[in-house]
Design a protein. Structure first.
Length: 427
């Protein structure tokens, strides 16, 4: 009689003899609801937890290979296809990151300690999209990501952030959810600033000592990080949580400004130096326009990274410097391109914004001259559209605004169209 009176904690219906799942706190779930929950959580590879008999839950271990490939998870090709919607160019880095993230997911699900992590090192000039690539990847994978500049990290005992703070940042990004944090992504930017090659970090507290302190975290260890405490609570008495970094994917990035010179010097030595000419078979020909494709571990060591940290960053992706054509494509092609963003802002006031082809080419040329990559595009657009964003919302009847190259150069005016015909902006 007791079983007949028991009700499902999900649907509220009485539980019969078909079976149930007993949860902590006295809650129970009928077999129908349990099966539905099992289908919803199927990609986790867990057991459905259905009861074989009344009050007896099945203890059969789940077979991680029973369903074959987890079709609910994006494959490397699908991940790259999503990256292509937001990131222009950089084909090889997108491919490597897609493979690394997919293998990282499989490793976390298999829970096989013999499969080691494949952390990633991104190399490329400033403004080529390293940070944006990681942010987009995290959004596609729907995992928390923490972006931490390496320049603020110091050795333990010095003023600054200990290396454990990178894990704390990820935990905060995950909303304090330890499970999400332990499967997230940590991007350590400006890793090249932790070397003696950087004049800003010649002091010991921000150089190789920090690299050595990062080694166990990159490899995988238990880290005690403080949980966000209340106002007025002393840091020494803040509660802590232990986070396992074994399943956290680490991506390190840096511009490595002198690395090309180091690579060129090594290749030139193989060509032959003073008083020595190698055999013709041993001479090395290389493309000086893209020297980073020839980079080797010894070049990073000469730059200032310790071999131990390089061994924990086996996947190395080289991002290319942005060309004028790439910068122009960045303006319009991505799903969140700058042109689309400004069109939405003007559309709020009922104004259709458009750009002449020559004006987009001019913006790309100006950004290339500044030498800071894609970051220059927004500043150029903000400056060029400043007067338009100020006057246009007040112009009644304005329906369309077309930006010309002469206006951006300061020698002409934009074209504005209304119901009554063409007008011009003042000033």
């Amino acid at each position: 009689m007791f079983e007949e009176r028991r009700k499902c904690s999900c649907c509220g219906k009485p539980i019969g003899i078909s079976g149930y799942v007993a949860l902590e706190g006295g809650a129970t779930v009928c077999s129908q609801c349990a099966e539905m929950i099992s289908r919803m959580c199927k990609f986790d590879g867990g057991s459905s937890g259905l009861c074989d008999e009344v009050g007896q839950a099945s203890d059969k271990p789940a077979d991680p290979y029973a369903d074959g490939v987890h079709t609910t998870i994006l494959t490397p090709e699908e991940i790259k296809r999503q990256l292509d919607l937001y990131v222009v160019g950089q084909e090889e880095p997108k491919k490597l990151l897609s493979i690394a993230s997919y293998n990282h997911f499989k490793r976390s699900k298999l829970k096989d300690p013999t499969i080691k992590k494949s952390n990633v090192l991104l190399i490329g000039p400033t403004g080529c999209g390293k940070t944006y690539l990681v942010q987009t990847l995290a959004r596609i994978l729907d995992v928390p990501v923490a972006i931490v500049p390496a320049t603020r990290l110091t050795e333990a005992g010095y003023i600054g952030d200990d290396v454990e703070s990178v894990v704390q940042s990820l935990l905060m990004t995950a909303g304090g959810d330890k499970g999400k944090a332990e499967n997230g992504i940590i991007f350590i930017d400006e890793i090249d600033k932790l070397t003696s090659s950087s004049t800003e970090t010649r002091r010991a507290v921000g150089g190789k000592g920090v690299q050595q302190a990062l080694l166990p975290i990159l490899e995988g260890c238990q880290v005690n990080v403080p949980v966000s405490s209340g106002v007025g609570q002393m840091a020494s008495f803040s509660p802590t949580v232990t986070v396992d970094t074994s399943n956290i994917l680490f991506i390190c990035g840096g511009a490595f400004p002198d690395l090309e010179r180091i690579v060129k010097s090594r290749l030139d030595k193989k060509r032959g130096g003073l008083g020595f000419v190698p055999n013709r078979e041993e001479q090395v020909e290389y493309n000086e326009a893209n020297l980073l494709q020839y980079v080797q571990t010894e070049d990073f060591v000469e730059f200032g990274l310790i071999p131990e940290i390089l061994g924990r960053l086996p996947v190395r992706a080289k991002l290319e410097a942005l060309t004028e054509d790439t910068l122009r494509r960045i303006l319009t092609e991505p799903e969140d391109s700058l042109v689309k963003q400004y069109r939405k802002l003007f559309a709020f006031d009922g104004i259709e914004l458009s750009f002449e082809d020559e004006s987009l080419t001019y913006i790309a040329k100006q950004a290339l001259k500044e030498g800071t990559g894609a970051r220059s595009l927004r500043s150029i657009l903000e400056l060029g559209l400043e007067d338009l964003m100020f006057y246009a919302p007040s112009m009644r009847g304005l329906k369309e605004l077309r930006v010309t190259v002469d206006y951006l150069k300061g020698t002409g005016k934009p074209l504005l169209f209304s119901n009554s015909g063409q007008t011009y902006i003042k000033g």
